[in-house]
Design a protein around this ligand. Structure first.
Ligand SMILES: C[S@@+](CC[C@H](N)C(=O)[O-])C[C@H]1O[C@@H](n2cnc3c(N)ncnc32)[C@H](O)[C@@H]1O
Length: 207
């Protein structure tokens, strides 16, 4: 199952491979106690959750020292796979549901991620400044932008301007309409050929 990661990211280190590989047992175990991904989907963990999260790593290679906030991370997506992929980038994972963020925090600790902290916090109460906000399946884009705009640092250190990366499926015309001049939408099937990625998009909004 790990093969789907290696297929698209063949140059990851042994440590990264070990961390990705450890996710299956950890999520299987935690998910049986606290539902963070649909139970019937656990055997698709690598394709549907880990690789999906890593679509962001195809759009940008975060420079060392970049700060990223995962807003509404649930059990750690996309934050945990990204924190494994970019060990020199600082990740903060937040979620308004305490038991879900517990899973993110425990998984992160179990694989020894030092660049990732998880906190039980609503986005409305997050005070920090970040280069990028990442988020999957949390809320419609206009609502998300309203909440996290305050958290985007003015000055960036990456090739792309600071802003939001958001993973979404389905028809986005309505959601992106108010920002149509700035939003960049990429079909994930540009990077990953598996059928499941059809109709799934990565949205980038520079702010
Ligand atoms: C459908 S889940 C997705 C979780 C994860 N991003 C994933 O893709 O597996 C949506 C999550 O967003 C969180 N959430 C919704 N509104 C939030 C807010 N205002 N602040 C923090 N978390 C929020 C919920 O608690 C929930 O865990």
């Amino acid at each position: 199952m790990m093969n789907s990661i290696l297929k698209y990211f063949p140059n990851i280190t042994a440590e990264q491979q070990d961390r990705f590989a450890a996710l299956y047992e950890l999520y299987k175990d935690w998910n049986s106690k606290i539902n963070v991904i649909s139970r019937k989907d656990i055997d698709n963990l690598y394709e549907h959750h880990v690789l999906h999260s890593l679509a962001i790593a195809k759009a940008i290679r975060f420079r060392p020292g970049t700060k990223v906030l995962d807003f509404g991370t649930g059990g750690g997506f996309p934050g945990i796979p990204l924190a494994i992929m970019f060990p020199e980038t600082e990740f903060k994972l937040i979620d308004g549901t305490g038991k879900k963020i517990l899973v993110a925090s425990e998984v992160s600790k179990a694989i020894g991620l030092e660049n990732c902290k998880a906190e039980h916090l609503r986005g409305e109460n997050e005070k920090g400044k970040y280069d990028f906000i990442v988020s999957r399946a949390v809320m419609p884009l206009p609502d998300l932008i309203k909440i996290v705009r305050k958290n985007v640092a003015a000055k960036g250190i990456n090739s792309m301007a600071n802003g939001i990366f958001c993973l979404k499926g389905g028809d986005l015309t309505h959601e992106t309409q108010p920002f149509k001049n700035i939003v960049e939408t990429t079909e994930i099937s540009t990077w990953f050929e598996e059928e499941w990625f059809k109709e799934k998009h990565l949205i980038y909004v520079p702010l």
